[in-house]
Design a binder for this molecule. Sequence first.
Ligand code: SF4
Length: 261
Amino acid sequence: MDIKLLNKDKEKVSFIIKNTDNVFVNTLRRNITSNVPTMAIDTVKFIKNSSALYDEILAHRLGLVVLKTDLKSYSLKTESKSKKSSTTELLLTLDCKGPCTVYAEDLKSKDPKVKPVYPKTVIVKLDKNQELKLEATAVLGTGKQHAKFSPGLMWYQGYPNINISKPNASGVTEAVKVCPTKVFRAENKQLKVHDMDKCILCMACVDLLGENVISVKGSNEDFIVNLESWGQLKHNEILEKAVEVMDEKLDDFTDEIKKIK
Ligand code: SF4
């Protein structure tokens, strides 16, 4: 298996995985969405709420506040017995009096490493004489329990294989224009592939020129993978944890298999 980085920025990474199959890539995707843990607010104790919103609406909003996650110091409640040193929950407090806008940054965390990633997320607006005072408990959880714990979104496609059998066919200029990701360029009135990695398999070029001129097919062995983090964890932390989870599941499976020998 080979991996080649295509591009990355703070939120998103794209890379090619070669010599694998759909099962492996899809298992990685499912593990990221469902089994990589992050911190999120899970319970809220309202001490005072005279805002225009009910407790339930505010609790729901607080649950969706993206929290920076420290996987080294916290563990899932189900794992806490095996990892005696790590903590399972964190208290955040909020105490605001109107008139003001209450933002995620108004949540005061007892752990400076775990705090809102997007400080200006609006929780509620308070009018004059309105007040909001609460204690929120954040825990480590997985996307399998609730989508608020998902660390990001991974999607993938087969690596494109573009075959131009009639590069001089009419419609070269239109094909360059119709491709939404600028895969082609025209050279001496001939259609040339300029950047294969950008093809999203939309088939607009095939619809325009016909299958007797061009064919586009996604590979079943090589894949372009995109991963967008919601902010709780960095891309590399998400990928490393997903692989660790896959490893643990296979170890468990191996142990069970040994028992039936
Ligand atoms: S399939 Fe779509 S993205 Fe790929 S080359 Fe054709 S028009 Fe461009």
